[in-house]
Design a protein around this ligand. Structure first.
Ligand code: HEC
Length: 93
């Protein structure tokens, strides 16, 4: 009984650790794994004139990931948008 609840705590701890790697850090990893760089370099993002809000950025990431068959979930799209926003776009959310 005691062992069981300890294991439960351990699992909960691991899940929290994983969550800590979400957001922009996870987004960068996903961006690097997907084929985004085949069409983009970072100056596309740093010198963007087309995207004017975080919402537009998310929409653009969504459209591109669908086109390139990355197979991301909505939360992955948000993580990648968070990463691009943190490093390049710098919109206030
Ligand atoms: C097959 C080529 C291609 C691939 C692969 C691709 N994109 Fe794009 N992406 C484009 C094109 C073309 C545009 C410009 C579209 C426009 O201006 O309407 C664009 C625009 C964007 C923009 C907006 C840039 C701006 O003007 O601020 C973002 C952000 C973006 N892509 C993210 C991604 C991400 C993330 C991935 C990887 C999942 C990706 N793209 C993969 C072709 C691609």
């Amino acid at each position: 009984m005691m062992k069981f609840s300890k294991a439960g705590l351990l699992v909960a701890g691991l899940m929290m650790t994983t969550a800590a790697f979400g957001g922009a850090t996870e987004g960068k990893a996903m961006f690097d794994e997907a084929k985004c760089i085949e069409c983009h370099n970072t100056s596309d993002f740093a010198n963007s004139k087309k995207v004017h809000s975080f919402k537009q950025l998310e929409d653009r990431v969504q459209a591109c990931q669908l086109n390139s068959d990355a197979g991301w979930f909505d939360e992955d799209v948000t993580d990648v948008a968070d990463y691009l926003n943190q490093d390049f776009y710098k919109f206030k959310k």
